[in-house]
Write a protein that binds this ligand. Sequence first.
Ligand SMILES: [Zn+2]
Length: 198
Amino acid sequence: MKAPAALDELIAALRCLPGVGPKSAQRMAYHMLQRDKPAAQRLAQALALALERIRHCEKCNSYAEEEVCVLCRSSRRDATLLCVVETPADLLMMEQAQCYQGLYFVLMGALSPLDGVGPREIHLDRLVKRAADGVVSEAILATNFTVEGEATAHYVSELLRAKGLKVSRIARGLPVGGELEHVDSGTLAQAVMERREI
Ligand SMILES: [Zn+2]
C-alpha cells in the first residue's frame, strides 16, 4: 500500500535535515501526526516565521531580524576587534565563553573547493570591506582547526594583511580537527587569550 501523498511529501521534506535518513524521517512524521499535533503545528509556524523574518545582518552576516543586529549596534563592544568565525553557532560559543568584547564576521562556512565553496560563497569580499572600515585594527581568526578551517584562516589572513590589518589566530588549545562548537568555554577563552599574530 502506498502512503498518502501529503505524508510522503512530509517524509521527503524531513530528509533535508542533517543526519536524517528515510527511517528516521518516517518515524518523525508518524510521531508528529499521531502523538503531537500541537507541537507539529508550532514547528510549522516557527519554520514559516523564521523563513520570513530571518536575514543576514549587513555588518556581521550572522542571522538577524533587523538590517543590523543587536550585537553590531551595541556601543559597549570594542569596534577595533573583528573576530572571524564560520557559523552563528561559533559566534554563540564565543559569547558564552565571555572572553571577547569585540565584533564579529560570520563566514557561513569555510573554504572547501571540492564542495564548490570558494571565496564568494563565504562572502570574503564583504569581510574585506567590513574589516577595512578604518576602525578595525585587529582581525582574530577563529575558524575551526579542521583542514577547511585552517585553509580559510590562511586565505583570509593574506587578504586582510594586504589591507594593513593586524591578523591573529586563536591558539591551538583546541584539538586538531577541533570545531569551536564542541569545545568547552574555558578552552575557548584560553585560545582567544593566547592568540598569536600571523
Ligand atoms: Zn551583526
